[in-house]
Design a protein around this ligand. Structure first.
Ligand SMILES: *Cc1c(COP(=O)(O)O)cnc(C)c1O
Length: 468
């Protein structure tokens, strides 16, 4: 028989989709995945086999093997692309890894709100339509000292809403040193352009004085805007007026002082050995009229943008049509309220994961690193504990770090080791420095510790085998 007719014969031996469908195991696939998708899975399995036979790699497989292939294809097709990962990078608010993990109370609040109906926009006392903005507002005003507050979808939306509603068609004065890009496509000048406000840059990259702002103010000015430097830092010969000075200048001209505070801490960061990060209450006390900040950075809650400030201005924001387009959903409001309650009851560092990680004692981190290193050494890996630094991340406290202890694993194929760990289920994400893989226990959540060591052992075994 010629090679061609041999291949043709093997192709003919493959079962038809109909024959496969008649098997009991295929019935299970149809029941579990629905008929159309199960059919697609069976066809995909047959296509793969045809390609393999044409490439001379195989004969016709038994039906069970085809059904296994189809089952794998179906499992992969319905598997969520958004999966939990273990963050061993030591970056606490890691934007690429989903920022703040939520507290238990916030998770419980989401579950309750998601499972049923809620008085989201319903006034129970009056028995009529209410407003969703009430849910987090009382907590926010109490915690920040603001007259009014509004939660929207994220801080980018909060800044856009603030500028659109208060400054559209007019001029906004901002320092050149604050025209920042924070990543993920958020650039202060672009957001300003989108809002329809005209940007008036004053000062220089490193130094801006009060008189620079004063000179720029005219009858077309709508506001002074201050933007947090977020994830970069200007050091050396620098100057920026204090918020209180800017507030005084703005108010002399009957203008509001607006502040994109980025991370928006409610707690003082200095007791934890971090640089001072301005808190929201401090900004408002300094005279800021509207402050915008994220819900899922240092606040440690769900993705949200929070606007706090003067009642009249917040009212203008609530009434603007854009507010409807960027409104927070019930899950966000439930989790945000639960998170804010931790601050109200003075439980933030006990209950909010971001603050637990910031406050985690070095001795505890060192003990975990030591335990991992010992387990890895036992398995023949070149692992040791070294001092290092964790970062807060999320565009807060640029350059500010917390001393930590890292497990350093020296490996001849460290990139491959890291890639294999990323392919683990759940993926484990570390960082690479030279020929070493570094794992920081600070950001590994309670209950995940064992998985990390097991994943490294399994991954190093696989990398070694690939080498052989
Ligand atoms: C993070 C950040 C934003 C964007 O906030 P999101 O919640 O990610 O939309 C805007 N401005 C500053 C200064 C930030 O740090």
């Amino acid at each position: 028989m010629s090679e061609d007719s041999d291949v043709a014969e093997r192709l003919r031996q493959l079962p038809s989709v109909d024959r496969l469908l008649g098997l009991a195991a295929a019935g299970e696939l149809v029941a579990g995945y629905g008929r159309p998708l199960a059919l697609e899975g069976l066809r995909a399995a047959l296509d793969r086999r045809r390609a393999a036979i044409r490439a001379g790699q195989t004969g016709a497989p038994p039906d069970e093997a085809l059904l296994d292939d189809a089952r794998r294809w179906l499992e992969e097709t319905v598997a969520p692309t958004l999966r939990p990962v273990i963050n061993a990078t030591g970056v606490i608010v890691h934007t690429n890894l989903g920022r703040a993990p939520l507290s238990r109370a916030a998770l419980a609040a989401i579950q309750v709100a998601a499972a049923g109906y809620a008085n989201l926009e319903y006034d129970l006392a009056a028995g009529e339509r209410g407003s969703r903005t009430v849910h987090a507002e009382a907590l926010l005003t109490r915690l920040t000292g603001a007259e009014a507050a509004l939660a929207v979808n994220n801080n980018a939306a909060a800044v856009l809403l603030m500028l659109t509603a208060l400054c559209r068609g007019k001029e906004v004065v901002i320092s050149r040193g604050q025209l920042v890009e924070i990543g993920g496509g958020f650039r202060v000048p672009d957001v300003m352009a989108q809002s329809g406000a005209r940007l008036v840059e004053v000062g220089t990259t490193n130094r801006t004085h009060l008189r620079d702002y004063a000179t720029a103010i005219n009858e077309n000015t709508a506001a002074i805007l201050v933007a947090h430097h977020s994830n970069f830092k200007i050091v050396g010969f620098t100057a920026e007026p204090a918020l209180a000075e800017l507030a005084e200048l703005a108010h002399e001209h009957h203008l509001p002082l607006l502040y994109d505070q980025g991370s928006g801490a409610l707690l003082d960061t200095t007791p934890f050995g971090l640089d001072p990060e301005p808190t929201v209450p401090a900004s408002l006390a300094a005279g800021v009229d509207v402050v915008a900040f994220s819900g899922d950075k240092l606040l440690g809650g769900p993705q949200a943008g929070i606007l706090c400030g003067r009642a009249g201005l917040i009212q203008q924001l609530k009434r603007h049509p854009l507010a409807r387009a960027v409104r927070a959903d019930k899950l966000c409001l439930a989790a945000l309220s639960a998170t804010l309650t931790h601050y109200l009851t003075d439980q933030a560092t006990r209950e909010i994961p971001v603050w637990q990680m910031i406050a985690r004692p070095l001795a505890e981190i060192a003990a975990q690193a030591g335990s991992w290193a010992a387990q890895l050494q036992e398995m023949g890996l070149a692992a040791g504990v070294i001092p290092g630094e964790s970062t807060v991340g999320g565009g807060s406290l640029p350059g500010a770090t917390l001393p930590t202890r890292l497990v350093a694993i020296a490996h001849p194929h460290v990139e491959e080791l890291a890639a294999t760990l990323r392919a683990h289920d759940p993926p484990v994400i570390g960082r690479i420095a030279g020929d070493r893989l570094l794992l920081d226990p600070r950001t590994v959540l309670p209950g995940q510790e064992r998985t990390v060591a097991q994943a490294v052992v399994a991954a190093s075994g696989r990398v070694t085998r690939i080498e052989d």
